[in-house]
Write a protein that binds this ligand. Structure first.
Ligand code: FAD
Length: 486
Protein backbone atom coordinates (compact mmCIF):
# COMPACT_ATOMS: atom_id res chain seq x y z
CA UNK A 1 0.00 0.00 0.00
CA UNK A 2 1.24 3.55 -0.79
CA UNK A 3 2.51 5.45 2.22
CA UNK A 4 0.16 8.35 3.06
CA UNK A 5 1.59 11.80 2.43
CA UNK A 6 1.70 14.06 5.47
CA UNK A 7 0.06 17.48 5.63
CA UNK A 8 -0.15 19.83 8.62
CA UNK A 9 -2.52 22.77 8.64
CA UNK A 10 -1.70 25.46 11.21
CA UNK A 11 -4.78 27.40 12.38
CA UNK A 12 -8.27 26.06 12.97
CA UNK A 13 -10.32 29.07 11.86
CA UNK A 14 -12.68 28.71 8.92
CA UNK A 15 -9.72 28.96 6.49
CA UNK A 16 -7.81 26.05 8.03
CA UNK A 17 -10.91 23.89 8.45
CA UNK A 18 -12.13 24.59 4.90
CA UNK A 19 -8.65 23.77 3.57
CA UNK A 20 -8.75 20.40 5.34
CA UNK A 21 -12.25 19.63 4.06
CA UNK A 22 -11.35 20.46 0.49
CA UNK A 23 -8.07 18.56 0.81
CA UNK A 24 -9.92 15.38 1.79
CA UNK A 25 -12.17 15.73 -1.27
CA UNK A 26 -9.34 16.46 -3.67
CA UNK A 27 -7.02 13.76 -2.33
CA UNK A 28 -9.77 11.16 -2.77
CA UNK A 29 -10.38 12.36 -6.34
CA UNK A 30 -6.64 12.23 -7.08
CA UNK A 31 -6.26 8.78 -5.45
CA UNK A 32 -3.59 10.27 -3.18
CA UNK A 33 -3.59 8.90 0.39
CA UNK A 34 -2.89 11.69 2.87
CA UNK A 35 -2.59 12.03 6.62
CA UNK A 36 -3.78 15.47 7.65
CA UNK A 37 -3.41 17.15 11.04
CA UNK A 38 -4.80 20.55 12.05
CA UNK A 39 -3.05 22.40 14.87
CA UNK A 40 -4.96 25.13 16.66
CA UNK A 41 -3.43 27.21 19.45
CA UNK A 42 -6.75 28.11 21.05
CA UNK A 43 -8.87 25.74 23.14
CA UNK A 44 -11.70 25.72 20.57
CA UNK A 45 -12.21 25.64 16.81
CA UNK A 46 -13.46 28.33 14.46
CA UNK A 47 -11.13 31.30 15.12
CA UNK A 48 -13.23 34.44 14.65
CA UNK A 49 -16.46 32.41 14.42
CA UNK A 50 -17.79 32.30 17.98
CA UNK A 51 -21.48 31.85 18.82
CA UNK A 52 -22.72 32.27 22.39
CA UNK A 53 -25.98 30.80 23.64
CA UNK A 54 -27.27 32.45 26.82
CA UNK A 55 -30.68 31.07 27.71
CA UNK A 56 -32.83 31.86 24.67
CA UNK A 57 -30.40 34.46 23.32
CA UNK A 58 -28.02 33.60 20.50
CA UNK A 59 -25.20 36.11 20.05
CA UNK A 60 -22.30 36.14 17.62
CA UNK A 61 -19.04 37.51 19.00
CA UNK A 62 -17.49 37.66 15.51
CA UNK A 63 -19.21 37.24 12.14
CA UNK A 64 -22.99 36.86 12.19
CA UNK A 65 -23.73 36.05 8.55
CA UNK A 66 -22.10 35.69 5.15
CA UNK A 67 -22.69 36.89 1.62
CA UNK A 68 -24.82 34.45 -0.37
CA UNK A 69 -23.65 35.80 -3.73
CA UNK A 70 -20.20 34.34 -3.15
CA UNK A 71 -21.03 30.69 -3.74
CA UNK A 72 -18.28 29.05 -1.67
CA UNK A 73 -20.04 29.66 1.68
CA UNK A 74 -23.37 28.22 0.55
CA UNK A 75 -21.68 25.32 -1.26
CA UNK A 76 -19.82 24.26 1.86
CA UNK A 77 -23.02 24.41 3.94
CA UNK A 78 -24.80 22.25 1.35
CA UNK A 79 -21.97 19.71 1.22
CA UNK A 80 -22.12 19.46 5.01
CA UNK A 81 -25.86 18.78 4.94
CA UNK A 82 -26.73 22.16 6.50
CA UNK A 83 -29.27 23.21 3.83
CA UNK A 84 -32.17 23.11 6.27
CA UNK A 85 -30.21 25.20 8.78
CA UNK A 86 -29.54 28.08 6.36
CA UNK A 87 -31.64 31.14 7.10
CA UNK A 88 -32.41 34.29 5.16
CA UNK A 89 -32.74 37.65 6.86
CA UNK A 90 -36.30 38.55 7.87
CA UNK A 91 -38.32 39.54 4.79
CA UNK A 92 -40.21 42.23 6.70
CA UNK A 93 -38.63 45.46 7.88
CA UNK A 94 -35.65 45.01 5.60
CA UNK A 95 -34.58 48.65 5.49
CA UNK A 96 -31.51 50.07 7.18
CA UNK A 97 -30.58 53.62 8.21
CA UNK A 98 -27.56 55.85 7.89
CA UNK A 99 -26.59 58.68 10.23
CA UNK A 100 -26.39 62.12 8.67
CA UNK A 101 -25.80 65.32 10.67
CA UNK A 102 -26.75 63.56 13.90
CA UNK A 103 -30.05 62.08 12.62
CA UNK A 104 -30.88 58.64 11.27
CA UNK A 105 -32.18 58.62 7.70
CA UNK A 106 -33.52 55.63 5.79
CA UNK A 107 -30.85 54.23 3.57
CA UNK A 108 -32.28 54.75 0.07
CA UNK A 109 -33.67 51.66 -1.60
CA UNK A 110 -32.14 50.68 -4.90
CA UNK A 111 -28.61 50.20 -3.60
CA UNK A 112 -27.69 47.28 -5.79
CA UNK A 113 -24.86 45.42 -4.04
CA UNK A 114 -23.73 48.66 -2.36
CA UNK A 115 -23.98 50.85 -5.45
CA UNK A 116 -26.82 53.35 -6.13
CA UNK A 117 -28.64 52.25 -9.28
CA UNK A 118 -31.54 54.74 -9.09
CA UNK A 119 -31.63 58.42 -8.21
CA UNK A 120 -35.32 58.41 -7.17
CA UNK A 121 -34.96 56.95 -3.66
CA UNK A 122 -32.04 59.31 -2.95
CA UNK A 123 -34.22 62.32 -3.90
CA UNK A 124 -36.50 61.71 -0.91
CA UNK A 125 -33.86 60.55 1.54
CA UNK A 126 -32.61 64.01 2.45
CA UNK A 127 -29.07 62.66 2.42
CA UNK A 128 -27.64 64.50 -0.57
CA UNK A 129 -27.94 68.09 -1.77
CA UNK A 130 -29.17 68.76 -5.32
CA UNK A 131 -25.62 69.16 -6.52
CA UNK A 132 -24.63 65.93 -4.71
CA UNK A 133 -27.51 64.10 -6.39
CA UNK A 134 -26.66 65.50 -9.80
CA UNK A 135 -23.03 64.49 -9.38
CA UNK A 136 -23.99 60.97 -8.34
CA UNK A 137 -26.31 60.69 -11.35
CA UNK A 138 -23.40 61.49 -13.66
CA UNK A 139 -21.66 58.23 -12.82
CA UNK A 140 -22.54 56.96 -16.30
CA UNK A 141 -20.49 59.73 -17.84
CA UNK A 142 -17.32 59.50 -15.73
CA UNK A 143 -14.47 58.04 -17.81
CA UNK A 144 -12.76 54.90 -16.43
CA UNK A 145 -9.51 55.24 -14.52
CA UNK A 146 -6.23 53.77 -15.68
CA UNK A 147 -6.16 49.95 -15.52
CA UNK A 148 -2.65 50.17 -14.07
CA UNK A 149 -3.48 52.38 -11.07
CA UNK A 150 -4.11 50.84 -7.67
CA UNK A 151 -6.56 53.50 -6.59
CA UNK A 152 -7.82 53.90 -3.02
CA UNK A 153 -11.46 52.99 -2.38
CA UNK A 154 -12.08 56.61 -1.33
CA UNK A 155 -10.58 58.06 -4.53
CA UNK A 156 -12.47 55.61 -6.73
CA UNK A 157 -15.90 56.12 -5.12
CA UNK A 158 -15.55 59.93 -4.96
CA UNK A 159 -14.40 60.03 -8.59
CA UNK A 160 -17.31 57.92 -9.80
CA UNK A 161 -20.21 59.00 -7.53
CA UNK A 162 -19.05 62.34 -6.11
CA UNK A 163 -17.73 63.22 -2.67
CA UNK A 164 -21.17 63.55 -1.01
CA UNK A 165 -22.43 60.11 -2.03
CA UNK A 166 -19.07 58.67 -1.01
CA UNK A 167 -18.85 60.33 2.41
CA UNK A 168 -22.51 60.03 3.39
CA UNK A 169 -23.48 56.55 2.11
CA UNK A 170 -20.79 54.53 0.35
CA UNK A 171 -17.92 54.98 2.82
CA UNK A 172 -19.78 53.53 5.84
CA UNK A 173 -21.31 50.76 3.71
CA UNK A 174 -18.11 49.60 2.07
CA UNK A 175 -15.15 50.55 4.31
CA UNK A 176 -17.22 49.44 7.32
CA UNK A 177 -17.06 45.81 6.21
CA UNK A 178 -13.28 45.91 6.63
CA UNK A 179 -13.34 48.18 9.70
CA UNK A 180 -11.02 50.09 7.41
CA UNK A 181 -10.10 53.57 6.27
CA UNK A 182 -11.21 53.95 2.64
CA UNK A 183 -8.35 56.41 2.02
CA UNK A 184 -5.86 53.60 2.60
CA UNK A 185 -7.80 50.63 1.18
CA UNK A 186 -6.92 49.28 -2.26
CA UNK A 187 -10.01 49.19 -4.49
CA UNK A 188 -8.62 46.31 -6.55
CA UNK A 189 -7.94 44.17 -3.49
CA UNK A 190 -11.16 44.95 -1.57
CA UNK A 191 -13.80 45.36 -4.29
CA UNK A 192 -12.19 43.90 -7.44
CA UNK A 193 -15.58 43.55 -9.11
CA UNK A 194 -16.06 47.33 -9.20
CA UNK A 195 -12.66 47.77 -10.81
CA UNK A 196 -13.60 45.15 -13.44
CA UNK A 197 -17.04 46.64 -14.08
CA UNK A 198 -15.51 50.07 -14.64
CA UNK A 199 -12.94 48.67 -17.04
CA UNK A 200 -15.46 46.51 -18.96
CA UNK A 201 -18.53 48.76 -19.05
CA UNK A 202 -17.08 52.24 -18.47
CA UNK A 203 -19.56 52.66 -15.59
CA UNK A 204 -20.31 50.67 -12.44
CA UNK A 205 -24.04 51.26 -12.64
CA UNK A 206 -24.19 50.20 -16.31
CA UNK A 207 -22.12 47.12 -15.53
CA UNK A 208 -24.29 46.15 -12.55
CA UNK A 209 -27.49 46.54 -14.56
CA UNK A 210 -26.07 44.38 -17.36
CA UNK A 211 -24.99 41.73 -14.85
CA UNK A 212 -28.43 41.80 -13.20
CA UNK A 213 -30.18 41.33 -16.52
CA UNK A 214 -28.07 38.34 -17.45
CA UNK A 215 -28.72 36.75 -14.02
CA UNK A 216 -32.51 37.25 -14.26
CA UNK A 217 -32.58 35.76 -17.76
CA UNK A 218 -30.92 32.61 -16.38
CA UNK A 219 -33.05 32.43 -13.24
CA UNK A 220 -32.50 29.08 -11.58
CA UNK A 221 -34.64 26.78 -9.47
CA UNK A 222 -32.34 27.21 -6.45
CA UNK A 223 -33.97 28.50 -3.24
CA UNK A 224 -34.00 32.29 -3.11
CA UNK A 225 -31.41 33.66 -0.74
CA UNK A 226 -31.20 37.12 0.77
CA UNK A 227 -27.93 39.05 0.33
CA UNK A 228 -26.68 37.80 3.73
CA UNK A 229 -27.51 34.39 5.14
CA UNK A 230 -26.74 32.67 8.42
CA UNK A 231 -27.40 29.40 10.24
CA UNK A 232 -30.35 28.90 12.57
CA UNK A 233 -28.29 28.20 15.66
CA UNK A 234 -25.48 30.57 14.80
CA UNK A 235 -22.37 30.27 12.64
CA UNK A 236 -20.61 27.99 15.13
CA UNK A 237 -22.93 25.33 13.72
CA UNK A 238 -20.79 25.42 10.58
CA UNK A 239 -17.62 24.96 12.62
CA UNK A 240 -19.11 22.12 14.72
CA UNK A 241 -20.39 20.25 11.65
CA UNK A 242 -17.13 20.75 9.82
CA UNK A 243 -14.96 19.47 12.67
CA UNK A 244 -17.24 16.45 13.19
CA UNK A 245 -17.00 15.61 9.48
CA UNK A 246 -13.21 16.03 9.45
CA UNK A 247 -12.82 13.69 12.43
CA UNK A 248 -15.03 11.11 10.66
CA UNK A 249 -12.74 11.42 7.65
CA UNK A 250 -9.70 10.60 9.77
CA UNK A 251 -8.23 14.10 10.05
CA UNK A 252 -6.39 14.62 13.32
CA UNK A 253 -7.62 17.76 15.10
CA UNK A 254 -5.52 19.14 17.94
CA UNK A 255 -6.51 22.17 20.02
CA UNK A 256 -4.16 23.85 22.50
CA UNK A 257 -1.38 23.15 20.00
CA UNK A 258 0.40 26.41 19.28
CA UNK A 259 3.10 26.23 16.63
CA UNK A 260 6.14 28.28 17.65
CA UNK A 261 8.60 27.50 14.87
CA UNK A 262 8.83 26.04 11.40
CA UNK A 263 12.00 24.53 9.97
CA UNK A 264 13.05 22.80 6.77
CA UNK A 265 14.33 19.39 7.84
CA UNK A 266 15.55 18.17 4.48
CA UNK A 267 15.03 18.58 0.79
CA UNK A 268 16.97 15.66 -0.57
CA UNK A 269 16.15 14.24 -3.98
CA UNK A 270 13.50 16.92 -4.41
CA UNK A 271 11.45 15.68 -1.43
CA UNK A 272 10.88 18.39 1.09
CA UNK A 273 10.15 17.79 4.75
CA UNK A 274 9.23 20.43 7.31
CA UNK A 275 9.42 20.31 11.11
CA UNK A 276 6.90 22.17 13.22
CA UNK A 277 7.90 22.92 16.80
CA UNK A 278 5.01 23.24 19.23
CA UNK A 279 4.95 25.45 22.35
CA UNK A 280 5.35 22.39 24.60
CA UNK A 281 8.60 21.54 22.83
CA UNK A 282 7.21 18.60 20.88
CA UNK A 283 7.70 18.42 17.13
CA UNK A 284 5.77 17.21 14.13
CA UNK A 285 6.95 16.75 10.60
CA UNK A 286 5.10 17.05 7.32
CA UNK A 287 5.73 17.12 3.58
CA UNK A 288 3.26 19.95 3.15
CA UNK A 289 2.46 22.75 5.61
CA UNK A 290 -0.47 25.14 5.20
CA UNK A 291 -0.28 28.27 7.32
CA UNK A 292 -3.90 29.36 7.88
CA UNK A 293 -2.86 31.81 10.60
CA UNK A 294 -3.09 35.62 10.69
CA UNK A 295 -0.37 37.27 8.57
CA UNK A 296 1.61 38.47 11.61
CA UNK A 297 1.76 34.89 12.99
CA UNK A 298 2.77 33.49 9.60
CA UNK A 299 5.42 36.26 9.43
CA UNK A 300 7.00 35.07 12.70
CA UNK A 301 6.93 31.44 11.55
CA UNK A 302 8.42 32.18 8.12
CA UNK A 303 10.98 34.85 9.03
CA UNK A 304 13.78 32.40 9.98
CA UNK A 305 13.28 30.54 6.66
CA UNK A 306 12.78 33.58 4.48
CA UNK A 307 13.13 37.07 5.96
CA UNK A 308 11.72 38.53 2.73
CA UNK A 309 8.43 36.66 3.16
CA UNK A 310 8.39 37.64 6.85
CA UNK A 311 8.88 41.28 5.85
CA UNK A 312 6.13 41.18 3.21
CA UNK A 313 3.70 39.58 5.67
CA UNK A 314 4.53 42.24 8.25
CA UNK A 315 3.31 44.83 5.74
CA UNK A 316 -0.28 43.56 6.03
CA UNK A 317 -1.78 45.79 8.72
CA UNK A 318 -4.58 44.69 11.04
CA UNK A 319 -7.42 46.63 12.64
CA UNK A 320 -8.84 45.87 16.08
CA UNK A 321 -12.59 45.97 16.65
CA UNK A 322 -15.19 45.03 19.23
CA UNK A 323 -18.77 43.84 19.06
CA UNK A 324 -21.11 44.62 21.91
CA UNK A 325 -24.32 42.61 22.25
CA UNK A 326 -27.13 44.08 24.35
CA UNK A 327 -30.65 42.82 25.04
CA UNK A 328 -33.44 45.28 25.88
CA UNK A 329 -37.13 44.89 26.67
CA UNK A 330 -38.99 44.45 23.35
CA UNK A 331 -41.33 47.40 23.98
CA UNK A 332 -38.63 49.55 22.39
CA UNK A 333 -39.02 48.06 18.92
CA UNK A 334 -41.40 50.73 17.71
CA UNK A 335 -38.71 53.38 18.14
CA UNK A 336 -36.31 51.62 15.82
CA UNK A 337 -37.38 50.06 12.56
CA UNK A 338 -35.21 48.36 9.97
CA UNK A 339 -32.27 46.08 10.58
CA UNK A 340 -30.02 48.75 12.06
CA UNK A 341 -27.83 51.63 10.97
CA UNK A 342 -24.39 52.54 9.72
CA UNK A 343 -22.38 55.63 10.63
CA UNK A 344 -20.12 57.55 8.25
CA UNK A 345 -16.63 58.37 9.54
CA UNK A 346 -17.39 62.08 9.06
CA UNK A 347 -20.04 61.90 11.82
CA UNK A 348 -17.21 61.29 14.34
CA UNK A 349 -19.02 58.82 16.58
CA UNK A 350 -17.60 55.84 18.43
CA UNK A 351 -20.21 53.51 16.96
CA UNK A 352 -19.48 52.29 13.43
CA UNK A 353 -22.80 50.48 13.06
CA UNK A 354 -25.54 48.67 14.96
CA UNK A 355 -27.74 45.76 13.96
CA UNK A 356 -31.05 44.79 15.55
CA UNK A 357 -30.23 41.09 15.52
CA UNK A 358 -33.63 39.95 16.75
CA UNK A 359 -35.41 41.85 13.95
CA UNK A 360 -33.06 40.42 11.34
CA UNK A 361 -33.31 36.89 12.76
CA UNK A 362 -36.34 36.79 15.09
CA UNK A 363 -35.54 33.44 16.72
CA UNK A 364 -32.20 34.75 18.09
CA UNK A 365 -34.00 36.28 21.09
CA UNK A 366 -37.21 35.59 23.00
CA UNK A 367 -40.17 37.57 21.66
CA UNK A 368 -40.15 39.98 24.63
CA UNK A 369 -36.55 41.09 23.98
CA UNK A 370 -34.72 43.18 21.42
CA UNK A 371 -31.20 41.95 20.78
CA UNK A 372 -28.80 44.60 19.44
CA UNK A 373 -25.26 44.20 18.18
CA UNK A 374 -23.01 47.25 18.08
CA UNK A 375 -19.64 47.65 16.36
CA UNK A 376 -16.79 49.91 17.45
CA UNK A 377 -13.09 50.28 16.64
CA UNK A 378 -11.47 49.92 13.24
CA UNK A 379 -8.59 51.82 11.63
CA UNK A 380 -7.95 55.14 13.40
CA UNK A 381 -10.75 54.52 15.95
CA UNK A 382 -9.20 51.81 18.10
CA UNK A 383 -8.61 53.82 21.30
CA UNK A 384 -12.07 53.02 22.60
CA UNK A 385 -11.10 49.35 22.94
CA UNK A 386 -8.77 50.29 25.81
CA UNK A 387 -11.72 51.29 27.98
CA UNK A 388 -13.02 48.97 30.67
CA UNK A 389 -16.15 47.01 29.71
CA UNK A 390 -18.39 49.14 31.89
CA UNK A 391 -17.12 52.40 30.42
CA UNK A 392 -17.30 51.02 26.88
CA UNK A 393 -20.91 49.90 27.37
CA UNK A 394 -21.80 53.29 28.90
CA UNK A 395 -20.34 55.07 25.84
CA UNK A 396 -22.35 52.89 23.47
CA UNK A 397 -25.53 53.28 25.50
CA UNK A 398 -25.15 57.07 25.42
CA UNK A 399 -24.85 56.94 21.62
CA UNK A 400 -27.86 54.62 21.31
CA UNK A 401 -29.83 56.98 23.53
CA UNK A 402 -28.98 60.03 21.44
CA UNK A 403 -29.48 58.28 18.09
CA UNK A 404 -32.58 56.17 18.68
CA UNK A 405 -33.85 57.05 22.11
CA UNK A 406 -32.94 53.77 23.80
CA UNK A 407 -32.51 54.62 27.46
CA UNK A 408 -33.68 51.36 29.06
CA UNK A 409 -31.29 49.29 31.14
CA UNK A 410 -30.08 46.31 29.09
CA UNK A 411 -31.09 42.93 30.48
CA UNK A 412 -27.94 41.35 29.04
CA UNK A 413 -24.61 42.81 27.86
CA UNK A 414 -21.59 41.18 26.28
CA UNK A 415 -18.35 42.82 25.08
CA UNK A 416 -16.16 40.94 22.60
CA UNK A 417 -12.82 42.57 21.81
CA UNK A 418 -11.00 41.47 18.69
CA UNK A 419 -7.38 42.60 18.75
CA UNK A 420 -5.61 42.69 15.38
CA UNK A 421 -8.54 40.88 13.81
CA UNK A 422 -9.33 42.52 10.49
CA UNK A 423 -6.56 42.40 7.88
CA UNK A 424 -6.35 45.59 5.84
CA UNK A 425 -5.75 45.38 2.11
CA UNK A 426 -3.84 48.63 1.72
CA UNK A 427 -2.86 50.17 -1.61
CA UNK A 428 -0.25 47.90 -3.20
CA UNK A 429 -1.66 44.78 -1.49
CA UNK A 430 -1.98 42.72 -4.69
CA UNK A 431 1.56 43.57 -5.79
CA UNK A 432 2.90 42.49 -2.40
CA UNK A 433 0.94 39.22 -2.67
CA UNK A 434 2.61 38.49 -6.01
CA UNK A 435 6.03 39.03 -4.45
CA UNK A 436 5.04 36.87 -1.50
CA UNK A 437 3.86 34.05 -3.76
CA UNK A 438 7.13 34.22 -5.68
CA UNK A 439 9.19 33.91 -2.48
CA UNK A 440 7.07 31.25 -0.74
CA UNK A 441 6.81 29.09 -3.86
CA UNK A 442 10.55 28.36 -3.51
CA UNK A 443 9.48 26.12 -0.62
CA UNK A 444 7.50 23.26 -2.19
CA UNK A 445 4.49 22.24 -0.16
CA UNK A 446 4.51 25.41 1.94
CA UNK A 447 1.28 27.32 1.42
CA UNK A 448 -0.36 30.41 2.89
CA UNK A 449 -4.11 30.85 3.16
CA UNK A 450 -6.56 32.86 5.23
CA UNK A 451 -8.32 36.18 5.52
CA UNK A 452 -5.09 38.17 5.10
CA UNK A 453 -4.77 37.61 1.38
CA UNK A 454 -7.65 37.34 -1.09
CA UNK A 455 -10.80 38.27 0.81
CA UNK A 456 -11.82 38.61 4.46
CA UNK A 457 -15.39 37.30 4.23
CA UNK A 458 -16.22 33.73 5.24
CA UNK A 459 -16.94 32.64 1.62
CA UNK A 460 -13.60 34.18 0.52
CA UNK A 461 -11.75 32.24 3.22
CA UNK A 462 -13.50 29.00 2.19
CA UNK A 463 -12.67 29.56 -1.48
CA UNK A 464 -9.05 30.40 -0.66
CA UNK A 465 -8.86 27.25 1.47
CA UNK A 466 -9.96 25.21 -1.57
CA UNK A 467 -7.20 26.85 -3.65
CA UNK A 468 -4.68 26.05 -0.92
CA UNK A 469 -5.84 22.42 -0.93
CA UNK A 470 -5.37 22.29 -4.69
CA UNK A 471 -1.81 23.56 -4.26
CA UNK A 472 -1.09 20.89 -1.64
CA UNK A 473 -2.25 18.17 -4.04
CA UNK A 474 -0.20 19.62 -6.87
CA UNK A 475 2.86 19.85 -4.71
CA UNK A 476 2.51 16.31 -3.34
CA UNK A 477 1.92 14.99 -6.85
CA UNK A 478 5.08 16.74 -8.02
CA UNK A 479 3.21 19.33 -10.09
CA UNK A 480 3.82 23.01 -9.49
CA UNK A 481 1.00 25.52 -9.39
CA UNK A 482 0.63 27.22 -12.79
CA UNK A 483 0.02 30.62 -11.19
CA UNK A 484 3.10 30.48 -9.06
CA UNK A 485 6.32 32.16 -10.07
CA UNK A 486 9.52 30.28 -9.37
C1 FAD B 1 -15.93 41.25 14.63
C2 FAD B 1 -15.89 40.60 13.28
C3 FAD B 1 -17.04 40.52 12.52
C4 FAD B 1 -17.00 39.90 11.26
N1 FAD B 1 -18.16 39.79 10.56
C5 FAD B 1 -18.18 39.06 9.41
C6 FAD B 1 -19.42 38.74 8.79
O1 FAD B 1 -20.49 39.08 9.28
N2 FAD B 1 -19.38 37.99 7.64
C7 FAD B 1 -18.20 37.54 7.11
O2 FAD B 1 -18.23 36.87 6.06
N3 FAD B 1 -17.00 37.81 7.71
C8 FAD B 1 -16.97 38.54 8.85
N4 FAD B 1 -15.78 38.77 9.48
C9 FAD B 1 -14.53 38.28 8.88
C10 FAD B 1 -14.35 36.77 9.08
O3 FAD B 1 -14.99 36.35 10.25
C11 FAD B 1 -12.87 36.44 9.19
O4 FAD B 1 -12.14 37.06 8.17
C12 FAD B 1 -12.63 34.93 9.09
O5 FAD B 1 -13.43 34.25 10.03
C13 FAD B 1 -11.15 34.65 9.31
O6 FAD B 1 -10.93 33.26 9.25
P1 FAD B 1 -9.43 32.67 9.24
O7 FAD B 1 -9.55 31.22 9.43
O8 FAD B 1 -8.71 33.18 8.05
O9 FAD B 1 -8.73 33.36 10.48
P2 FAD B 1 -9.00 33.14 12.04
O10 FAD B 1 -10.44 32.95 12.29
O11 FAD B 1 -8.28 34.26 12.70
O12 FAD B 1 -8.27 31.76 12.34
C14 FAD B 1 -6.88 31.66 12.53
C15 FAD B 1 -6.64 30.62 13.59
O13 FAD B 1 -5.23 30.43 13.76
C16 FAD B 1 -5.00 30.19 15.13
N5 FAD B 1 -3.58 30.43 15.41
C17 FAD B 1 -2.96 31.63 15.50
N6 FAD B 1 -1.65 31.44 15.77
C18 FAD B 1 -1.44 30.10 15.83
C19 FAD B 1 -0.29 29.31 16.06
N7 FAD B 1 0.94 29.84 16.27
N8 FAD B 1 -0.43 27.95 16.07
C20 FAD B 1 -1.66 27.38 15.85
N9 FAD B 1 -2.77 28.11 15.63
C21 FAD B 1 -2.67 29.46 15.60
C22 FAD B 1 -5.94 31.14 15.82
O14 FAD B 1 -6.17 30.78 17.17
C23 FAD B 1 -7.19 31.04 14.95
O15 FAD B 1 -8.09 30.07 15.42
C24 FAD B 1 -15.78 39.39 10.76
C25 FAD B 1 -14.61 39.48 11.52
C26 FAD B 1 -14.65 40.06 12.78
C27 FAD B 1 -13.40 40.13 13.60
Amino acid sequence: MTRPRTVVIVGGGISGLATAFSLQEKATQAGLPIRCTILESDSSWGGKIVTHRIGDLVTEAGPDSFLSQKQAGLDLCLKLGLADQLINTNETGKKACVLHRGKLHDLPEGLLSFVPKQLGPFLHSGLLSWSGLARMGLEFAVPPGSPRDDESLAAFLSRRFGVQAYERVLEPLMAGIYAGDAEQMSLRATFPRFFELEQQHGSIVRGMMAAKQSVSSTASSRPRRTMFVSLKNGLSELVATLTTRLIQQGVELRVGARVDALRVRSHELGRWMYDLILHDGSALSAESVVLATPAYVSADLLRPLTPIAGGLLDLIPYASTATIAMAFPRTLTSAIGGFGFIIPRTEQRHLIAATWTSLKWPHRAPSDQLLARCYVGGVGREDILQREDQELVATIRAELASLCGITAEPTYTEVNRWWKAMPQYAIGHLGRLEQLDAVVSRYPGLILTGAAYRGVGIPDCIRDGALAAEQVIRSLSGKTHPDRVH
